[in-house]
Design a protein around this ligand. Structure first.
Ligand SMILES: Cc1cc2nc3c(=O)[nH]c(=O)nc-3n(C[C@H](O)[C@H](O)[C@H](O)COP(=O)(O)O)c2cc1C
Length: 186
C-alpha cells in the first residue's frame, strides 16, 4: 500500500478514563462534520487499532493522562500504528491537567507529550496538549487525595467540591482546522 492508494478518510480515536477526552473527541468530530468530513469517534479500549488503519489517509488520536502516563490502551494502539508498513500521518492530542499552565500545550512544553513522542519514536504531523477537567466528585477517595496533593504543589484548587473544565475550546477549534488542512492536503 502506498500513500496514493489510500481512501481519503479520517480515523478518529480517543482514550478516556473519566469521559472528558470522549467529550473533546465528540466536539472534534462535530467540527470535522461541519467541514464535510465524516469521522465518528472510536474508543481505543473497545475499537483497538488493526492493520486496516493503513487504508485511512489520516489518524487522529486523543489520549488522557493518568498518573504520569497516557492510558495503557494508547501505548497498545501506537504499537500497532508503528508496525504498519506505511503508517498514515498522525494528529495527536494529549489531555492532561498540566496543560492548564502556560507553555505546557506544545509538543516540546508538555512533558507527557514530549516523552511519549520520544519513547514511541513518533513523528506526528500535528501534536498538541489540551487542558483536561478536574472533578473531585468523580474520583475515588485515594485518587482525590493524591490529585489534591498534586494541586497543592502546583498551585491548583484543593477544595474537594471543585469541578473545573480547563479545556480551551478555541484551541480544539484550531486543532480541528489543522486536521481539516492535513486531510485536504492528502
Ligand atoms: C487519578 C488521576 C490521575 C491523574 N494524573 C495526571 C497526571 O499525572 N498529570 C496530569 O497532568 N494530569 C493528570 N490527571 C488529570 C487528567 O489527565 C484529566 O482529569 C483529564 O481530563 C482526564 O481525562 P478523561 O476524563 O478523558 O479520563 C489525573 C487525573 C486523575 C483522576
Amino acid at each position: 500500500m502506498s500513500q496514493t492508494d489510500r481512501r481519503p478518510s479520517v480515523a478518529l480515536y480517543y482514550a478516556t478514563h473519566d469521559g472528558h477526552t470522549r467529550r473533546i473527541a465528540e466536539y472534534l468530530s462535530a467540527c470535522l462534520a461541519a467541514a464535510g468530513i465524516v469521522a465518528p469517534p472510536q474508543d481505543v479500549a473497545t475499537s483497538p487499532a488493526s492493520a486496516d488503519l493503513v487504508k485511512t489517509s489520516l489518524v487522529v488520536l486523543l489520549a488522557a493522562v493518568r498518573y504520569g502516563r497516557h492510558l495503557p490502551e494508547v501505548e497498545r494502539f501506537l504499537t500497532v500504528y508503528r508496525s504498519l508498513s506505511v503508517p498514515p500521518p498522525l494528529a495527536f492530542a494529549s489531555v492532561n491537567l498540566t496543560a492548564r499552565k502556560p507553555g505546557k500545550t506544545s509538543a516540546t512544553g508538555n512533558p507527557y507529550l514530549r516523552k511519549l513522542i520520544e519513547r514511541a519514536g513518533l513523528a506526528p504531523a500535528l501534536a498538541v496538549a489540551f487542558a483536561g477537567k478536574l472533578d473531585y466528585s468523580r474520583y475515588t477517595w485515594r485518587d482525590r487525595q493524591i490529585i489534591r496533593f498534586i494541586m497543592l504543589l502546583t498551585g491548583g484548587p484543593t477544595d474537594p467540591d471543585t469541578c473545573i473544565e480547563y479545556t480551551s475550546w478555541p484551541a480544539v477549534d484550531e486543532f480541528a482546522a489543522r486536521v481539516v488542512e492535513l486531510y485536504r492536503r492528502g
